[in-house]
Write a protein that binds this ligand. Structure first.
Ligand SMILES: *Cc1c(COP(=O)(O)O)cnc(C)c1O
Length: 394
């Protein structure tokens, strides 16, 4: 798996030397004729797989009529999308943007503005967790846990207090007169597919209610069906006040969203926040088409069932390779293999055998297949992984 660089592109990524020219459901076809089973889905983005006929139809229909008008004017597709997102979630209102980091930024701004509007501008700090990832803007690298992501980009944005993931004592000790809220992932994605304990989430909710804090769920990766539920928060039954979405929402078209209760978003009035592209007609048409499929009767139940099947297969894989796999963990279409051999070696070996996976922190190989993946695809992927782990460390 060699790596190459075109120096005209700023070298911020270590890219694998392959270029895809066509996608078809759960498969990608490379320019050199190789075929890959895509269990990375563009890092949890291509929620309905590649070239889904209904997404293609919706986007091309919109492309032939109108691309962009700006948020100076009403955008019917955006309003319809907001109506559907709020009707199907805890939220009352939605701000649209173009990426996960922007959705988290909007969530941070909503939390600060909420307290400022309520006469407490000194309450601007958010508690976040070790192992968390919230994006690559200045504020979101400060919110996230990675020192490497902050290195050389100082000074850090002030206002984030990191505590141990899952440790309620540390959370309570970190809550002070300046605390505005808590930001948490339903399942830590980049951190290595670490599901957040439902009991811990219930405790976070209780602490937020006790101290008047906002609970923010970063569901950029877990949202829009990834966990087998429409939203990751449904796994625990704990409702947030604010939620960030992006990745799977547009099925591959860039769109992000910050969802909030009316109370949490009360400070967001005309002129307080904005985005030129946010929720434009093309993005809204894509996301509405994704919802058309996801909200159909039985779709998510099917995703959850296939996810359970994949999880069981991965559990057996881990049992077959006790020297190479510490555990299989995850939920729905979001699984991690915690490796005892270098995860990069497995990702590379899987690539050579025609399976795309994504590395994550904590030495994890991450599997994020499209939500339309079937049991036969899971069997194919696990058979490839079996070969990779058999040969691992040799
Ligand atoms: C990917 C991700 C982000 C950042 O999304 P971008 O679209 O890359 O800005 C933020 N939070 C979580 C949980 C993510 O997985």
């Amino acid at each position: 798996m060699s790596q190459v660089a075109n120096r005209a592109v700023m070298p911020s990524y270590a890219r694998t030397d392959v270029a895809f020219e066509r996608g078809d459901g759960v498969y990608l076809h490379a320019a050199d004729g190789r075929k890959f089973l895509d269990f990375g889905a563009g890092v949890a983005v291509v929620s309905l797989g590649h070239n889904h006929p209904r997404l293609v139809a919706a986007l091309t229909e919109q492309a032939g009529r109108l691309w962009h008008t700006s948020n100076l004017y009403r955008i019917p597709g955006q309003e319809r999308l907001a109506d559907r997102l709020t009707a199907n979630s805890f939220a009352d209102t939605v701000f649209f943007c173009n990426s996960g980091a922007e959705a988290v930024e909007a969530s941070i701004k909503v939390a600060r503005k909420y307290h400022s509007t309520n006469g407490n501008p000194e309450r601007y700090r958010l508690i976040s967790f070790d192992g968390s990832f919230h994006g690559r803007t200045l504020a979101t690298i400060s919110a996230g846990s990675s020192d490497a992501h902050r290195a050389g980009f100082g000074p850090a944005v002030d206002g984030f207090d990191h505590v141990a993931f899952g440790n309620m004592n540390e959370v309570r000790n970190a809550i002070g007169a300046e605390t505005a809220g808590i930001i948490v992932e339903a399942v830590q994605g980049e951190g290595g597919v670490r599901p957040t304990d439902p009991a811990f989430l219930r405790d976070l909710r209780a602490a937020c209610d006790e101290y008047g804090l906002l609970l923010i769920f970063d569901e950029v990766q877990t949202g829009v069906g990834r966990t087998g539920e429409l939203w990751g928060y449904q796994l625990s039954g704990v409702e947030p006040d604010v939620m960030a979405l992006a990745k799977g929402l547009g099925g591959g078209f860039p769109i992000g969203a910050c969802l909030a209760t009316a109370d949490a978003a009360a400070g967001i009035t005309p002129g307080t926040h904005g985005s030129t592209f946010g929720g434009n007609p093309l993005a809204a048409a894509s996301a509405n088409a994704v919802l058309d499929v996801l909200l159909e009767d039985g779709f998510l139940a099917g995703t959850a069932a296939t996810g359970n099947f994949l999880g069981a297969e991965l559990g057996r894989l881990a049992e077959r390779h006790p020297g190479a796999i510490a555990e299989a963990r995850g939920v729905g279409m979001m699984w991690g293999l915690k490796c005892l051999v270098p995860n990069a070696e497995i990702v590379a070996a899987a690539f050579e055998r025609g399976l795309l996976t994504v590395p994550a922190a904590d030495n994890v190989v991450r599997l994020l297949p499209p939500l339309v993946t079937e049991e036969s695809h899971c069997r194919e992927a696990v058979a490839i992984l079996d070969e990779c782990f058999k040969n691992a460390g040799r």
